[in-house]
Design a protein around this ligand. Structure first.
Ligand code: GLA
Length: 414
């Protein structure tokens, strides 16, 4: 069991002495609202009781040295030249250094990183690492950050590490609250706590396949970002709405006719053709912080938009079901979300389908993939008395691991 004490001891063993700061950055499980955040539409995640711990102490030499029990290769990164790391987890460290360039320049730090949050995609281990490292370094260098600020900087840091994320994960990790889900909105930014009713437990289950958002999944993820931007551009044109900047479905979702017009969208279209059709600059559709997207590549448009617009409605309905304590209705919404992710967003896998089905069959109210999909984890909502059966069914389906998670507090100093 990882604790503040064990990580202090680990720090002492590696670097000698005591850390000046220990940060706990939990993972997150998104309950519903998948592939909506980058469209500016709401999400409903929880922070969980599995976390990454970071022990930090400042040094005088301008070098960041970091050891992780979960990842290979110790990091040694000069603050003066943080970019160009080949080891994937070092890229998150260098992204963090880049965001903190103005804080205590010239100083370095020693970091010891440990935890019980599995990597592999779905539980946001990379965002927990980035939010936690930013928060620990800023505090060690004498300029502690508000959690919401650490989340903001981590989102940019991860984009520079190549993962074009929508911003849900970092906020859930920074702002989570025990016993609550968070409804996070983006247009304009807002967070509201949604109390979880009695009689509701959560199990997460690994599908057996990794889905790393900074790696194998990046291109498939970006395709969905581009497809939904094309949909927003074209719907706005059909509805006679002017959109500034990056076109987001969240800018048109509130217009009644949008739900009807979505069937008029093309099945597939290349960004270049979409931009030409509405006389827009193609860069508005394919702009990413680091990755390149071919403007001539055809991407699905209608189905991605249908998923996103229907998912946003399910987020609202899920919040109503939680407030009413209607856990069957909540479970049905999770199932419908999974079906939409499989059929329209097309980001499920046979293993995720299988584990979700097994968890439903063993007594869950509902189950769905969580996070970007393409592998990683699924989540089930179930009665507390069924947790054991649901865990066993999940392990039988895919080999595990599967375990209960509870809604926990976000980022904290231990
Ligand atoms: C990943 C991203 C999030 C979000 C989900 C899909 O986890 O990091 O920002 O887009 O995928 O809902």
């Amino acid at each position: 069991m990882v604790s503040a004490e064990s990580i202090r001891a680990g720090f002492g063993g590696r670097f000698g002495g005591e850390p000046s700061v220990v940060v706990r950055a939990p993972g997150r499980v998104n309950l519903i609202g998948e592939h909506t955040d980058y469209c500016g539409l709401p999400v409903l995640p929880i922070a969980i009781d599995r976390a990454t711990f970071i022990a930090a102490a400042p040094t005088a030499d301008g070098i960041l040295r970091a050891t992780s029990t979960a990842f290979p290769a110790q990091a040694e990164i000069a603050r003066s030249a943080p970019r160009h790391q080949s080891e994937p987890w070092h890229q998150y460290l260098s992204g963090a250094l880049h965001e903190l360039a103005a804080v205590a320049p010239g100083r370095g730090a020693n970091l010891f990183i440990d935890g019980d949050l599995p990597a592999g995609g779905g539980l946001s281990s990379s965002s927990a690492l980035t939010v936690g490292v930013i928060s620990a370094l800023a505090a060690a260098w004498g300029s502690p950050l508000e959690p919401v600020e650490a989340a903001r900087l981590a989102t940019t840091a991860e984009r520079h590490a190549g993962a074009e994320t929508g911003g849900m994960d970092q906020q859930a990790i920074a702002l989570g609250r025990a016993g609550n889900a968070l409804r996070i909105e983006f247009l304009p930014p807002a967070v509201r706590y949604v109390p979880l009713p009695e009689g509701l437990a959560f199990v997460v289950a690994y599908s057996g396949q990794d889905a790393l958002k900074g790696g194998s999944v990046r291109d498939a993820y970006n395709e969905r970002v581009v497809g939904t931007r094309i949909a927003a551009l074209m719907l706005a044109d059909m509805l006679g709405v002017e959109l500034e900047g990056t076109p987001l479905l969240g800018n048109v979702a509130g217009i009644d006719a949008a739900g009807v017009m979505v069937v008029e969208l093309p099945d597939q279209m290349a960004p270049r053709n979409a931009a030409n059709a509405v006389e827009a600059n193609v860069e508005r559709v394919i702009q990413f912080a680091t990755s390149h997207f071919d403007s001539a590549r055809k991407v699905p448009v209608k189905r991605y938009a249908q998923h996103v617009l229907s998912e946003a409605e399910r987020v609202d309905a899920a919040e109503v079901a939680l407030a009413a304590g209607d856990l069957k209705a909540f479970g049905r919404l999770l199932n419908e979300s999974h079906d939409s992710l499989r059929n329209d967003c097309r980001c499920s896998t046979p293993a995720l389908d299988k584990v979700a089905a097994a968890m439903r069959k063993s007594g869950a109210f509902g189950a769905r993939l969580t996070g970007a999909g393409f592998g990683g984890y699924a989540v089930a909502a179930c009665p507390p008395a069924k947790v054991q059966a649901v865990v066993e069914a999940a392990v039988a389906a895919t080999g595990g691991p599967a375990f209960e998670v509870t809604a926990s507090d976000g980022l904290s100093f231990a």
